[in-house]
Design a protein. Structure first.
Length: 133
């Protein structure tokens, strides 16, 4: 699931598949929630566009694995994710911290999937996206 939030226009879009029209649009923030450990088709274009626009990126669960395909802007950031799959990120020399939540500049991540944690993650994400405008 990829959720993009356009705060200025109050537009929220949820998609389960990336295409060029989604990847090329400029957003205030993008949240990627995934248990997938393989490459999400279209992720490179999405992350490249997000880098160009210095978009706030939120990652939930195993989504940080997608940073393997990201430009250096995101790839060098600290993040957290599902501990059971963290070895994939460590092998790729990504900066996994093992914390429950992590914020590093334009990257916010959580390893939690319970409702309360996700609500807090989204509230933090929205506040950060609002401040970035």
């Amino acid at each position: 699931l990829i959720r993009r939030i356009q705060l200025s226009g109050a537009e929220t879009t949820s998609v389960s598949k990336l295409d060029e029209s989604i990847s090329k649009k400029e957003w205030d923030g993008i949240i990627i929630s995934s248990q997938q450990t393989t490459k999400i088709p279209g992720i490179e274009a999405l992350l490249e566009n997000a880098t160009e626009n210095k978009t706030l990126l939120g990652l939930v669960g195993n989504a940080p694995i997608q940073l393997i395909y990201a430009p250096e802007f995101y790839k060098s950031k600290k993040f957290t994710m599902d501990k059971e799959k963290s070895s994939i990120a460590l092998k790729a020399d990504l900066f996994y911290t093992g914390k429950d939540n992590e914020i590093d500049g334009k990257l916010i991540s959580t390893n939690a999937f319970d409702n309360q944690s996700i609500r807090q993650f989204i509230a933090t994400f929205r506040a950060m996206a609002s401040q970035a405008k």
